[in-house]
Design a protein around this ligand. Structure first.
Ligand code: SAM
Ligand code: SF4
Length: 419
């Protein structure tokens, strides 16, 4: 979502006459889009803002903190880093070009939430010109016990299908090959009679976009209708990110996730029935308050049984203002959280390795989006399952979709050859 927001803001800044520069040292306006989902993300953002504040060459150079941490901290951020000129929350950040034009030297703090959505109609943009995130909804109504997002991104609101289709058509005209439809919970998308599966079908019918993805789905809301699209729509890429969070029904209930393991497993089985080689990734939290060793083992067991292609794994981090922060004691010692996390990561790494071995010999349709960081002569791309694949080819393939046979694989990357 931050990536999508940064893209929209880039478009708005360029429309106002600004140009991107390669290094912050050269910038007249330095903008940092921030995340608050875990404490670690905020600590990093604060460190980065301190570093950036040293780059302010003169009174004219402007430092802007935008997004979730700006939303959460408001003017207290100026007390921490007095060099900041603009603090704009998750829905006010799009006002930056207008506010810059009115700049009077005084710091500006604006964190209003839940108002007009007209900014969301700005065309999206991205550094990667071939694959772009398109926001379809904003905010979240789920209020999972641990999560700060609903407080910082406001209630769920959905964009009109017409505006989304226009965005995708505009991107196709610019040469974009792939769109990712983004929302905190895309499955609850609803606009008049149009549900999320309807929206995907509209995008398929009314645009020429080659590849469609979406992120993120909530397990309680993923419908049979959506799952069946994986059986019938080849332009829908075979990857679903479905956050499990815990393998224990008791912990899931305490987290207010509103599904149990059986429901989650059923959805996974149905997805695999719809498309046998679908890639499935997840999010997991260890050390949620009161989680016992047995309950942690249940998470490990679920991960082994389901065999996810990949997972984002986190230690529980108290987020002030959430239900859990107000009502539960953060009673799992950090050392135990870390131990559990390391064990889970090690286990998932082995599973990802095993799952990726099954890719060997398969021919994947790959969107080439750059070159390997280590070797400029090696192409890098994404498979339908959103896996990174590296391969050599002397032709200029940037931006093309090409068939690549997988020759070998490790836990994170596939290696192949064009066919
Ligand atoms: N909306 C998505 C869903 O529910 O599937 C998740 C979006 S959330 C911003 C990304 C992930 O961050 C969550 O799935 C969860 O695993 C993790 N997360 C959120 N709050 C957390 C916290 N307080 N401590 C640790 N991890 C957290
Ligand atoms: Fe956070 Fe839950 Fe909403 Fe996801 S569904 S953003 S975890 S509150």
């Amino acid at each position: 979502m931050n990536l999508a927001d940064s893209g929209i803001l880039s478009t708005a800044m360029e429309a106002a006459g600004y140009q991107p520069v390669p290094e912050p040292e050269k910038a007249g306006v330095i903008i940092l889009n921030t995340c608050s989902v875990r404490e670690k993300a905020e600590v990093r953002a604060l460190g980065r803002l301190r570093e950036l504040s040293r780059l302010k060459r003169d009174q004219e150079t402007c430092l802007c903190a935008i997004g979730c941490m700006a939303q959460r901290m408001g003017d207290t951020l100026i007390k921490e880093i007095p060099a900041i000129d603009f603090i704009l929350g998750t829905e006010r950040l799009f006002e930056l070009p207008r506010l810059l034009a009115q700049r009077n030297g005084l710091p500006v703090v604006d964190t209003e939430l839940g108002a007009d959505l007209s900014w969301a109609e700005l065309p999206p943009s991205s550094d990667n010109a071939f694959s772009v995130h398109v926001t379809i909804s904003r905010g979240c109504n789920n209020y999972c016990a641990y999560c700060i997002v609903p407080y910082l991104r406001g209630p769920e609101r959905h964009r009109l299908p017409k505006a989304i289709i226009e965005d995708v058509n505009h991107l196709v005209e610019k040469g974009v090959t792939e769109v990712t439809l983004v929302g905190q919970n895309v499955n609850s998308y609803e606009s008049g009679e149009v549900s999320f599966p309807d929206l995907i079908q509209l995008v398929i019918r009314e645009t020429d976009i080659q590849r469609i993805r979406f992120i993120t789905s909530h397990p309680k809301d993923i419908s049979g209708e959506l799952i069946s699209l994986f059986a019938t729509e080849p332009r829908l890429m075979g990857h679903v990110h479905l956050a499990l969070q815990s393998g224990s029904d008791r912990i899931l209930e305490k987290m207010f996730r509103r599904y149990n393991i059986l429901h989650f497993q059923n959805r996974i089985d149905q997805l695999r029935q719809a498309r046998s080689d679908i890639a499935l990734t997840t999010d997991l939290i260890v050390g949620f308050p009161t989680e016992t060793e047995e309950e942690f083992e249940m998470t490990l067991e679920a991960v082994r049984r389901i065999h996810f292609d990949g997972a984002y794994m986190f230690r529980y981090s108290v987020r002030s203002g959430t239900w859990a922060a107000k009502n539960l004691i953060d009673d799992i010692p950090e050392a135990d959280k870390l131990r559990r996390l390391k064990k889970l990561i090690a286990s998932q790494k082995e599973i990802s390795f095993e799952v990726n071995q099954e890719e060997i010999g398969r021919v994947r349709s790959v969107l080439v989006d750059g070159t390997s960081r280590r070797d400029q002569n090696v192409w890098k791309g994404k498979t339908e399952g959103n896996k990174t694949i590296l391969f050599r080819n002397d032709d200029d393939l940037l931006g093309q979709v090409v068939p690549v046979r997988v020759l070998r694989a490790d836990s994170w990357t596939l290696h192949g050859e064009t066919v």
